[in-house]
Design a protein around this ligand. Sequence first.
Ligand code: NAD
Length: 481
Amino acid sequence: MTEIFKNLIGGEWAGGANASRNINPSNTNDVVGEYTQGSVEDLNNAVAAAKAAFPAWSRSTPQERYEILKKASDEILARKDELGRLLSREEGKTLPEGIGEATRAGQIFAFFAGECLRLAGEAIPSVRPGVGVEITREPVGIVGMITPWNFPIAIPAWKIAPALAYGNCVVIKPADLVPGSAWALVDIIQRAGLPKGALNLVMGRGSVVGQALLEHKDVHAISFTGSVNTGRKVAAACIAGNPMKKVQLEMGGKNPLVVLDDADLKLAVETAVNGAFFSTGQRCTASSRIIVTQGIHDRFVEAAVERLKGLVVDDALKAGTHIGPVVDQSQLDQDLKYIAIAKDEGANLAWGGELLNRETPGFYLQPALFTETTNSMRISREEVFGPVANIVRVKDYEEALAAANDTEFGLSSGICTTSLKYASHFKRNSEAGMVMVNLPTAGVDYHVPFGGRKGSSYGPREQGAYAKEFYTTVKTAYTLA
Ligand code: NAD
């Protein structure tokens, strides 16, 4: 009988026989594992366990928390190849990308181990005689986490690590499509010495487990990453409940990469192809909108198509694969739908967009690059979330900047230029949370804030020292001496 990977509730692996199969998108005959589908009762038990663990965990010493997070980091890094392989097998990004993501998870835990020791407050003289004022940070309480499928280990890591570092208890519901990496991560953290109940994992459907987490009265905060549509429901539920919950949302993007006439052509093509198509384009920071000024446009398109012709789309675990499969049939359907929409809108398919057959049955799609698009077409305005990008031709820098900012999203943006003047102006005037100069819009450091503006993000930033804005609450204490 196949082993069923269970939920972690109150420090025990628990769960019924109701399980779902985790399928490898590179080979749909390959079952990565069977994972419990949690119920509302499982979720309620997990929150009760977190509540019971909170008084002790929230008062644990920074040294205790440091040691647990550091130990978790050490094991993740020691097992990065194996964890990266599991990740690539369940999600479909290439093995180097999978190992890179597992490494990032380990680095995040090392960073937040250090943060346990750095949390500080302030002592401030009062405006009143004889009174002292102290400003301190306390854990928020029980934090619910809901994560998407495209970064199956990094996103759980960048939520769980700061939550635990600052003394919160956690209930996490990972994406039902890719529970394997989150399961492995939670197993590592639990064995690193975490008290029972401080971290709980309940796998299952968003509409069941996720919804129950949003509605639970004992949950104090929700950290969500996923689509805009789900994000809106999450925020509404957090405000509607009693008590209201603190909420943080990281959502979609339609990230522009501007390429100016004075750009280094080779670097610009590499930056665009990496940002748009690596990780199968399934990154919230992907450069799905490439805005190119007219002087370099034709040379850029020609060089980009040449570069795309050389990319190998194949099994994520195969050596030499540049782009793995799309994650599942429904995402593939969405990608094909947008390819059809772009054609209907009059865009020119300069390269790709074909379904590919490989040795094993999988969701293989040739990267698609459209030209002759405008910024008002649906292909420029809606998130596809696949290996599909379009080029918008503009007159000059001013038109490029206006087009880059003309979007409902604002996660990441980029510019390829050799001009200090334009690079500086773009950094200041791009309406995005993260701006890249001569670098892909996707690909960020783990020790600095991550997040966006407009429809891409809501609430405090994630990652780096800024994570404390969400995972702690400030207390101001007055004392008459
Ligand atoms: P999704 O919104 O479909 O699902 C995200 C999570 O929400 C899943 O765990 C899902 O089970 C859960 N969920 C669904 N319905 C729910 C409900 N009613 N109540 C509670 N939970 C519910 O997103 P996805 O398809 O998994 O991920 C892709 C999206 O994530 C893209 O839009 C992408 O841009 C975004 N994303 C954003 C970032 C970022 O940091 N900004 C990072 C990665 C992915």
